[in-house]
Design a protein around this ligand. Sequence first.
Ligand code: AMP
Ligand code: ZN
Length: 135
Amino acid sequence: MSDCIFCKIVKKEIPNYTVYEDDHVLAFLDIAPRAKGHTLVIPKVHAEHLLELNDELLGFLLFGVKRAQERIDHILQPDGYNVGWNHGEVGGQVVPHLHIHIFPRWRNDGGGNMHSIIDQSGDKTVEDVGKLFKT
Ligand code: AMP
Ligand code: ZN
């Protein structure tokens, strides 16, 4: 998409600090890092979120995440990671081009885990919700 900032990064119209790149995927350092080595992994084709991404590219994207993590592991040697993505405005997504965040983590760095994102399970029990998924 011509006005998409991450498409511009893919086309090298905007510079980036590349962590990993292949034909399908680009991984680069986040410009406003929340951890040392905070990296974004994106598909080279424009897709706003996961549900828009062609199934055939899913494997390539996850492959890119692994390759990027291997590089971060080798260069920065973190003690752990959080890996995930914000989906949609309510999920905190600001840039509308699918990107997977890799947060390298260090012991006693003061950060949380995935569970610290949200703790509002709502007015239904897990059994109630489970019934909705029964076919
Ligand atoms: P999100 O809230 O998941 O949409 O996060 C978007 C991320 O993109 C933020 O962490 C930004 O710091 C990062 N970002 C925005 N512009 C750039 C850029 N030109 N290069 C690298 N990272 C960027
Ligand atoms: Zn894009």
